[in-house]
Design a protein around this ligand. Sequence first.
Ligand code: BMP
Length: 216
Amino acid sequence: MKKHNKKEIVKKNRLIFAVDIEDKNKALDICKDIEEFVDAFKVGLPFVLSNGIESLAEFENLKKPVIADFKIADIPYISRKICEILSEYVDYVIVHGFLGEETVKACSEVVDLFVVADMTHRGHFISKHSEEIARIANRYAKGVVAPATNPTSIRNIRKIVGDLYIISPGVVAQGAEVGTAIRNGADFEIVGRGIYLSRNPKKEAEKISDILKSLP
Ligand code: BMP
């Protein structure tokens, strides 16, 4: 396996596209089409389980970095192994923080991380531990994932993570308005369905990034 050519995430459009599309050609076509309006592609299990891990290599032809969203949550040894495999294809990996410091540290030794500090849906148990998770992320990660659907949570997490990147899902399809997360301290907003289910993904991505870029 050739060494992956690392791409850094740069804050310009402040938009990350969630590539939760099973059809590889459709996914890559949309990514190419909207690339100028996003800062990274977040690729998760729907894409990788449908197309195989080798399909991640096809993102090499795009200019923007890839964040693998597998929300890794296992013992340190296994989590690190998964991150090591992913590091051959992607630029960043999302891991869960609730597994504790040892798991996050082990992963951070092999790839750059974003740590899930809180989530967008109702009924989970992560919020109770968001601050502890944010403190762990502070030591080992490039950034954290925090919910656009809960601006108070973003503000609390920002106080702990200093200038770490906060990337924030929940925008459009899950009800958060474009710009809410950034106004409350996030660096990037993550949008999936709001772009790929729209009639014209390119126009939609441009519209969203125009709004995000205009924010202070
Ligand atoms: P959508 O814009 O279609 O709702 O997609 C949101 C994306 O962000 C999905 O890939 C989902 O896995 C991810 N996500 C989320 O929605 N909430 C979280 O708390 C954490 C996530 O990673």
